[in-house]
Write a protein of this length. Structure first.
Length: 104
């Protein structure tokens, strides 16, 4: 007898899902600065001591949070300048006293 091949019912092939990999952007991304709570609290202390009258405390806190290191650098420069003035004043006072003592 001849062999009769029965047609099998065709099943729809399921589409194979391709794995999509996200491309890493080559754009330069600014690195997040490390948190420095000591600098933040030092900045807040200095700002509150000099007076924050025209600004609200939340504005000062935000400025200190974002720019604590830069603000502390500016304040330390001002402190160093004031210390130099005091040192020069004491040197001048010392010279004046030594001349005063010699004259007597």
């Amino acid at each position: 007898m001849p062999q009769i091949k029965k047609t099998k019912p065709k099943t729809a092939r399921q589409a194979v899902k391709k794995k999509i990999t996200k491309k890493v952007s080559t754009a330069l991304v600014r690195a997040k600065p490390t948190k420095n709570p000591a600098a933040y609290f030092q900045c807040m202390s200095a700002c509150c001591q000099k007076g924050i009258k025209p600004k609200k405390i939340t504005q000062v806190a935000h400025e200190c949070k974002t720019n604590a290191l830069a603000l502390n650098a500016k304040m330390s420069q001002a402190r160093a300048k004031a210390a130099r003035k005091i040192k020069d004043g004491y040197e001048q006072l010392g010279k004046g006293l030594s001349e005063f003592i010699r004259s007597k």
